[in-house]
Design a protein around this ligand. Sequence first.
Ligand code: ADP
Ligand code: MG
Length: 231
Amino acid sequence: MNRTENAAIVSLRTVRKEYRLGQTLVPALRGVSFDIHRGEFTALVGSSGSGKSTLLNIVGLVDTPTSGAVLLEGEDVSALNERGLARLRNQKLGYVFQSFNLIPVLSAFENVEVPLLLRKELSRDERRERVAAALEDVGLGEHARKRPDTLSGGQRQRVAIARALVGRPRLVLADEPTANLDSVTAHTIIDVCLELNAKRGVTFLFSTHDEKLMERVSRRIRIQDGRVVEQ
Ligand code: ADP
Ligand code: MG
């Protein structure tokens, strides 16, 4: 049996995380376990300080647990060195941030192209086709040449979603992607993500503390004081 075909995209096994603040240990995650499967659209919900960002950073391989295991497509990531982790981050994961994190001097097109510049196997034409397709997918085909400061907040976040998608990741992670947007725009961003999920099968895990947004997703993982209380 092929291990990677049957495994969840991500499995967390009793993940604990403690931060050291001077002499005290702050428990941020107190034994979190769940699986994310292909095609799922999951909201990680919980109030401020409940551990959402800590959890997404661990799933995103930008932070490591104090104890417990993280498996990406069945592979225990604790065995990997920084180079191996960087490769997985670039090839298997896409990231969307609350504050968009676009590069101001680059056009929308060039921002979306950035993750593909590390993919030496792609020709320039393949790269450009993929960037154009990703911008079309988020409804920004017309705005490819524009710089971030000439785009609205919602459009900037669409550029960031296109950038997260362009490498065809197994999983897109988004930490409070709508927190800097008004509520109407927030819903349109979730619409874009839901459509990508339905049409392209993109798997999403995003965090939010907005009760209205979390009603729109098929799966919720609720976290409270570093523990999963509903999933
Ligand atoms: P959320 O994203 O849900 O607001 P966080 O994951 O940011 O929650 O934080 C969870 C807990 O961990 C909070 O008590 C927070 O204060 C603490 N925490 C987060 N990051 C750090 C850090 N770098 N150092 C110390 N404590 C931290
Ligand atoms: Mg947070």
